[in-house]
Ligand binder design. Structure first.
Ligand code: G3P
Length: 214
């Protein structure tokens, strides 16, 4: 499974990159809005940090506006992936962009039917938001299992990019479901590597080594 860092903070992205296990970046307008430097400069920094795929979301909600922005984003750097909201207008934009070979990530997906349409439109990635479904008492991970099954049924090549991940359990369940990518906040990424028994075992090894008979 690929791991993307879900962040617009270039310092956080650089730190995640240093771990050697991150394969890409996803951003969204809320994450970019927090950045001091502003969207354009932040986006350019993130795109030039590595050749990995970086999802940048359009702001327009009409097809024509989405396409205008999408072509501008795609021109920024070859690793730009255009993030498009899962609406009928977004599907039309995704269809055109995929026919032109421009990579897309259809986002704000909350049902398997939406994911099916996104794949039909030729999306490179689909981003189902598991945490926000859990927030309203639904089973976000069941959506992932359903999408993976449907894509396998029809040999669809769109990659399932699990988003709105809030815990290591989400990552575990995404991997068990066969999702292609998990995009995770930094806290979750770092917690994936941690276990109390690892810490205790390492401490004991070092203590025993320090107290060895010389
Ligand atoms: O990439 C989508 C992700 O940033 C949304 O996460 O926690 O706001 O639902 P969250």
């Amino acid at each position: 499974m690929k791991f993307f860092i879900d962040s617009a903070d270039i310092e956080e992205i650089r730190k995640a990159k240093s771990y050697g296990i991150v394969d890409g970046v996803t951003t969204n307008p809320s994450l970019l809005a927090k950045m001091e430097k502003g969207r354009d400069e932040t986006v350019k920094d993130i795109l030039s940090e590595s050749d990995w795929p970086v999802s940048i979301e359009v702001i327009s909600t009409d097809t024509e506006g989405m396409l205008k922005e999408a072509y501008e984003i795609a021109k920024l750097r070859g690793n730009a992936v255009v993030k498009i909201p899962m609406t009928l207008e977004g599907l039309a934009a995704t269809k055109e962009l995929s026919s032109k070979g421009i990579r897309t990530n259809v986002t704000l997906v909350f049902s398997a039917n939406q994911a099916l349409l996104a794949a039909k439109a030729g999306a490179s990635y689909v981003s189902p938001f598991v945490g926000r479904l859990d927030d309203r008492g639904e089973d976000g991970m069941q959506l992932i299992r359903d999408i993976v099954q449907i894509y396998q049924n029809y040999g669809l090549e769109t990659e399932v990019l699990v988003a709105s991940i809030r815990s290591e359990e989400h990552v575990l369940q995404a991997a068990l479901a066969g999702a292609h990518v998990s995009t995770v906040p930094m806290k979750v990424l770092e917690n994936l590597a941690k276990h109390e028994l690892t810490d205790a075992g390492l401490e004991k090894f070092l203590e025993d080594w320090k107290n060895r008979k010389k």
